[in-house]
Write a protein that binds this ligand. Structure first.
Ligand code: SF4
Length: 463
């Protein structure tokens, strides 16, 4: 398979500034990503594989010999930020080799190849081979003998404790606002055995939670390379059966194509009772213009079925505000429907036309002023709904994954998440509480300002 690796400048692979470490020394690699969890999952894989090849993964503060940027193209703003990161990397490390990948690199390969300092463009179809391509094409010295198997998972060096695991890529649908389906191509699934192996490896490196992620997660197995029960249900069942991963979470899931027996999986407490189901609009007229596969009635039925099947299920969502042709009535319907869904969190996006999508050329674009007003209305509703969901949790004894800490008025404060993905602040100097620990806490209240639950470590001797 020909790899579309476009060396930017045959003659000038190594520019001035910091000269890369001699070929005898371990190279330092910095990985940067913006955009979706899938981009983040790919970054985590590259970090591990570069590490296995003897390179050292470094953070922002350290000079690097090789920089990899995983770009995003979902909005014009994401495109601007992607270019900004590339230029900043070039300025900070003029001598480093620079690789650009991701959706912008796929949609605009030539212009990316012309960006100053770019040595290699690896488009999405070749992403899974990026490490090998980099080593071959840029003559990056591989020293697997130097790879320390005991090395902590690169996630920890980046202060992260939840691993995103890519299980699927691509999407067969054509929502009119979406550029991702063009940048990511046809649906393809990672074989179940490969995913199980990845999850086990992450477990061995100290990770307690994985988030399964894809472009159209519900389409897992549609290319029938999933094996066994090729669907998402089969994959999750295999992970729960063949790994000890304490917490398995699902990434964003389009509210259709959910396989049979899906709800039964949640009987296993290791599958987290949280679903992120993008609604996008509460008006069927707007959903039709978006070419979404799910009407409000279907969405309502799906959430109702989920709540009946999964105790404590938290449903979160995405809503696009100000989609072309969104009339006052459409908006009122969106607010009313959103309220009936009692979401635990709403990501709201003010619609911005994305060149290359059908929606960008639709008539009746909504004015920025109206979009702003509608965003404020929805934000206020979203905060109110979230607090209502949180208040139902107060008094519960629940296991949280502690992630980070900071100083507060009463001493150290730890940030954590409940199984159903609600943020918690854990206070109290208890030695059991530390980063990357699963800790039993009592949820004591809701901090309305912070939209966060508060909790204290539970007494291990009292249930
Ligand atoms: S289903 Fe999702 S990824 Fe696919 S086209 Fe629609 S928004 Fe894009």
């Amino acid at each position: 398979m020909a790899v579309d690796a476009t060396p930017a400048d045959e003659t000038g692979l190594v520019a001035g500034g910091v000269t890369p470490s001699p070929l005898t020394q371990r190279w330092r690699v910095r990985l940067q990503s913006l955009g979706c969890r899938l981009n983040e999952a790919e970054l985590e894989e590259w970090a591990e594989r570069f590490q296995q090849q003897g390179l050292r993964v470094v953070g922002d503060e350290e000079a690097a010999d090789l920089v990899v940027v995983n770009t995003c193209a979902v909005t014009q703003e994401a495109v601007r930020k992607s270019r900004q990161i590339l230029r900043r990397s070039q300025r900070r490390n003029p001598g480093a080799r620079l690789i650009v990948s991701g959706c912008l690199a796929t949609l605009e390969r030539e212009s990316m190849a012309r960006e100053a300092g770019v040595d290699l463009v690896v488009a999405n179809p070749d992403k899974d081979r990026l490490v090998e391509v980099a080593l071959d094409t840029l003559e990056v010295p591989a020293m697997p003998e130097l790879a320390l198997s005991s090395l902590a998972n690169p996630l920890f060096t980046r202060g992260r404790h939840r691993a995103f695991v890519k299980v699927q890529d691509g999407c067969r649908y054509q929502c009119t606002f979406c550029i991702t389906t063009q940048a990511r191509g046809e649906e393809r699934s990672r074989p179940v055995a490969q995913v199980v192996e990845t999850v086990n490896r992450l477990g061995q490196s100290g990770i307690h939670e994985v988030v399964l992620t894809g472009v159209h997660l519900g389409g897992y197995g549609s290319d029938s390379s999933g094996g066994q029960d090729g669907s998402l249900t089969g994959l999750i069942a295999a992970i729960l059966a063949e790994t000890d991963m304490p917490r398995v979470r699902l990434g964003s899931l389009e509210p259709w194509d959910l396989p049979d027996r899906f709800w039964g999986l949640f009987e296993n407490p290791r599958l987290m009772p949280h679903l992120h189901l993008p609604l996008q609009s509460g008006s069927d007229a707007v959903l039709r213009r978006m070419a979404r596969r799910c009407k409000t009635q279907d969405f309502d039925r799906l959430v109702e079925t989920g709540r009946a099947a999964v105790p404590g299920l938290n449903v979160t969502t995405d809503i696009i505000v100000g989609f072309p042709g969104e009339r006052v009535g459409d908006w009122q319907r969106t607010l009313a429907f959103t309220e009936t869904m009692r979401f635990g969190h709403v990501h709201l996006f003010s619609y911005s036309p994305r060149a290359g999508t059908l929606a960008a050329s639709l008539p009746d674009q909504v004015s920025p002023r109206i979009k702003r007003e509608r965003c404020q209305e929805l934000q206020a509703l979203a905060v109110r709904m979230k607090l209502e969901v949180m208040r139902t949790q107060v008094g519960k004894r629940i296991q949280v994954l502690v992630e980070g800490s900071g100083e507060g008025a009463g001493g150290q404060i730890w940030s954590a998440y409940t199984p159903n993905y609600l943020p918690v602040r854990v206070t109290g100097d208890d030695p059991r509480v530390a980063a990357n620990r699963l800790v039993e806490v009592i949820l004591t209240g809701v901090d309305a300002n912070g939209c966060v639950l508060s909790g204290r470590p539970a007494d291990p001797f009292r249930s």
